[in-house]
Design a protein around this ligand. Structure first.
Ligand code: PMP
Length: 279
């Protein structure tokens, strides 16, 4: 893997961030995770667009343009000779003595470029289990903020129970997973939570929506309850790392027959086509 800090490529274990850095002290920043296939970042433009939206949402004074970010990421991928792996890009409100108001300093941009292993085939073929958990996050979940404490705490509850993901519930409706968007299939329709301030607009979700359109499967954006989740024919989740992954058990109850569903598998195949076409 390779690191990048404010204009310099560095090794991942180099000590580069001063103690008084606002990402470190306040979580005052935003990030993106982009997957590389065959040395090409997948859906790069969509990720950069979201990164810029996140910066605007927390008033980070970036001077970089869309093209600057494209160049930075493509240079990073090339320097790291990254073939199959992840680009993690983080922007914070910079380095300044610890004090809550915004400092008048440049933002800090850091990046890691690391090879990763593909999601194990057993997980894809057998599906994974999930739990439901209260959504304890703030009211601006559309921002890809560094503050992930509620996500991490809920994910750990899931892992401690031998589950892969925690599906979050706010006011009686499913919002999303701790690091994924969540979908159900009922009577042939794909149903997923509509975009709002309570969920992150997943980049993989854009591809899932496109795949549904091309496969002629209705894609319905509406709220659904934990009960509808348990009664679904299929459940699946999506994010940049795991792509599209079947969920076959929720809170210890089988979904459908407890095996990955047909529509989930079709969407996954279509996603593989998108990856191939882009890289
Ligand atoms: N929701 C949350 C809370 C996430 O952290 C993620 C992962 N970034 C997603 C949804 C899925 O987003 P994407 O498809 O862009 O990875």
């Amino acid at each position: 893997g390779l690191g990048y800090v404010n204009g310099k490529f560095v090794s991942l274990d180099e000590l580069v961030i001063p103690i008084e850095e606002r990402g470190h002290q306040f979580g005052d920043g935003v990030y993106e995770v982009i997957h590389c296939y065959n040395g090409k970042p997948f859906m790069l433009d969509e990720h950069i667009e979201r990164l810029i939206r996140s910066c605007e949402a927390i008033k980070l004074p970036i001077t970089q343009t869309f093209t600057d970010f494209q160049e930075l990421i493509l240079t990073g991928v090339e320097n790291a000779q990254l073939d199959f792996g992840k680009v993690y890009l983080q922007i914070t409100r910079g380095i300044a003595p610890r004090n809550h108001p915004f400092p008048n300093v440049p933002v800090s941009i850091t990046m890691t470029l690391t090879e990763s292993a593909p999601t194990p085939v057993e997980m894809r073929e057998q599906g994974v289990s999930a739990i439901t958990h209260e959504d304890e996050r703030w009211a601006k979940c559309y921002i890809k903020s560094l503050n992930l404490l509620p996500n991490i705490l809920a994910k750990q509850v899931a892992q401690d129970q031998g589950s892969f993901e925690a599906i979050l519930v706010r006011d009686g409706s499913i919002t999303e997973g701790t690091s994924s968007n969540v979908y159900i299939v009922k009577n042939g329709d794909i149903i997923t939570t509509p975009l709002s301030n309570h969920i992150l607009a997943g980049i993989t979700r854009i591809a899932v929506k496109q795949a549904a359109k091309e496969l002629d499967i209705p894609f319905v954006e509406k709220n659904y309850s934990p009960d509808e989740l348990l009664q679904a024919d299929e459940v699946f989740m999506s994010n940049t790392s795991i792509e599209i992954l079947p969920i076959v058990t929720v809170d210890g109850q089988k979904i459908g027959n407890g095996v990955p569903g047909e529509i989930t598998n079709k969407l996954y195949s279509q996603y593989q086509v998108y990856k191939q076409n882009q890289s």
